[in-house]
Ligand binder design. Structure first.
Ligand SMILES: [Zn+2]
Length: 114
């Protein structure tokens, strides 16, 4: 479960950023999780209450997630397709030879406060 360690880092970063900006209470955090990042959003949901448990700043904090599509550009025919949906195979020509255009990221996108 490597999700817990990156989530821990994201929460720490959010906490530090909030503190630097004089924010006392974080209302929500938005993470951007790429489909190809290797991280499963369901684990972030599961661990978020655990990671934020003893942090006052995160009381009643909501976790939001943006899932970034994993897109590939077929190097054989130039088609752009969703890698997860097509299981890595170009739906147009059947090639596995591709360039990954996006969906590998994991980002702390937004810190929300009132
Ligand atoms: Zn193709």
């Amino acid at each position: 479960m490597h999700e817990i360690s990156v989530l821990y880092k994201a929460v720490e970063l959010a906490e530090q950023t909030a503190r630097d900006n004089g924010i006392e209470q974080i209302a929500y955090l938005t993470l951007e999780v790429g489909e190809l990042s290797g991280y499963l959003p369901v684990f972030f949901e599961k661990y978020f209450p655990v990671v934020t448990e003893n942090r006052d700043m995160f009381r009643d904090c909501e976790l939001k997630m943006i899932i970034a599509r994993g897109e590939g550009l077929c190097r054989e025919c130039g088609a752009i397709y969703n890698i997860m949906q097509e299981k890595g195979v170009c739906p147009k020509c059947g090639s596995r030879y591709k360039k990954i255009l996006g969906g590998q990221q994991f980002l702390l996108k937004e810190i929300g406060y009132e």
